[in-house]
Design a protein around this ligand. Structure first.
Ligand code: XMP
Ligand code: MG
Length: 180
């Protein structure tokens, strides 16, 4: 397919993962989840803002009975040995004893996810897994088990399909990478 270029703020981005590929990969994740979570009534926790499109397209393909909640991570920073830990906001559901699946847009160093997982584990879920749209394996600094990953990518800055560059680009239906 012909590459498309968009300009966001002062940077140019070129199409990188087309919507068709994104949706095909999300269907594969949904197939695995549907197999793994029969009779488990999973609770999906989508991390806003970045995961809104991923969560929507994944959940449309989940066929097991499930519940969905949305959380945000504060910009509040508490210095811990692992780095800056953000507080989870908006979690009203009691996750004790529940099978929780966190939906994340992109995992880079893994700091964010590590902090989030620790806060969720303190609430004693029956199980806790992560479904990530994108992972940058060469940037990972933590040993985190990422059970469901749509696509591994190199260390390029990407936007679109929920991901933003300084607030814009989230509505793009394809994923773009910065033109070097
Ligand atoms: P860590 O390092 O904590 O980072 O795993 C995860 C968060 O960093 C943001 N991030 C990106 N956002 N394009 C983006 O739009 C990228 O290429 C990118 N890499 C990391 C994102 O908020 C993610 O949740
Ligand atoms: Mg995010």
């Amino acid at each position: 397919m012909e590459p498309r270029i968009v300009t966001l703020h002062d940077c140019q981005f070129s199409t990188y993962i087309f919507e068709e590929e994104i949706l095909a990969r999300i269907q594969m994740l949904a197939d695995e989840i549907n197999k793994d979570y029969q009779e488990k009534n999973p609770l999906f926790l989508a991390v806003l803002n970045g995961s809104f499109m991923f969560a929507t397209d994944l959940l449309k393909r989940v066929t097991v009975p499930c519940e969905i909640a949305f959380v945000r991570l504060s910009s509040y920073k508490d210095m811990q040995s692992t780095g800056n830990v953000k507080e989870v906001l908006g979690l009203v559901d009691d996750i004790k004893g529940r099978h929780v699946v966190v939906l994340e847009d992109i995992v880079d160093t893994g700091h964010t996810l590590q902090g989030l997982e620790q806060q969720l584990l303190d609430k004693q879920p029956a199980s806790l897994e992560v479904a990530a749209l994108l992972v940058k394996p060469e940037c990972l600094q933590h040993q985190i088990e990422l059970k469901y990953v749509a696509k591994n990518i190199p260390n390029d800055f990407v936007v679109g399909y929920g991901l933003d560059y300084n607030g814009i680009g989230r509505n793009l239906r394809d994923i773009y990478k910065i033109v070097s």
